[in-house]
Design a binder for this molecule. Sequence first.
Ligand SMILES: [Cu+2]
Length: 157
Amino acid sequence: MNKVNLFLLTTFIFQTLFPSSALSNESGEVSFSDAWINEAPATVSVLAGYANIHNASDKSITLLTVSSPNFSKIEIHRSVLNGDMVSMEKQETLAIPAKNTIKLSPGDLHLMLFDPDKPLRAGDTATLNFSFSDGNNQTIEARVERRSSEDHSHHHH
Ligand SMILES: [Cu+2]
């Protein structure tokens, strides 16, 4: 059985056992699209993750924490240009305004993913858990991709 079938089977079993769970990112007021992780050399222990987070409700919802079984720690960062240097500011939380989409994208807001449990290559997926101020949690699978547009090597912490 290949990896994709195993994932679908696992998802099917999980949803059969826990039909009201938030595993599906279709449910709830907040939904995700284009969740991806920038592929990096295996020697790099900090990766960047991106997604679009949409709040369909008529009130602001705040992203409180992001965690993952695949990383030791995840922070929300914003890249800020100071002169010709890009630095990253840690965000304690991230508000998603009512009826709005926050886009995490290279050079701007991103997830900083620390210490992957295994080398992540393009095509792999990692699990991300998001918890929100309205009490909802969402678990999504982010795909590791090689998108060449942004060079992160000039970032510093
Ligand atoms: Cu960062």
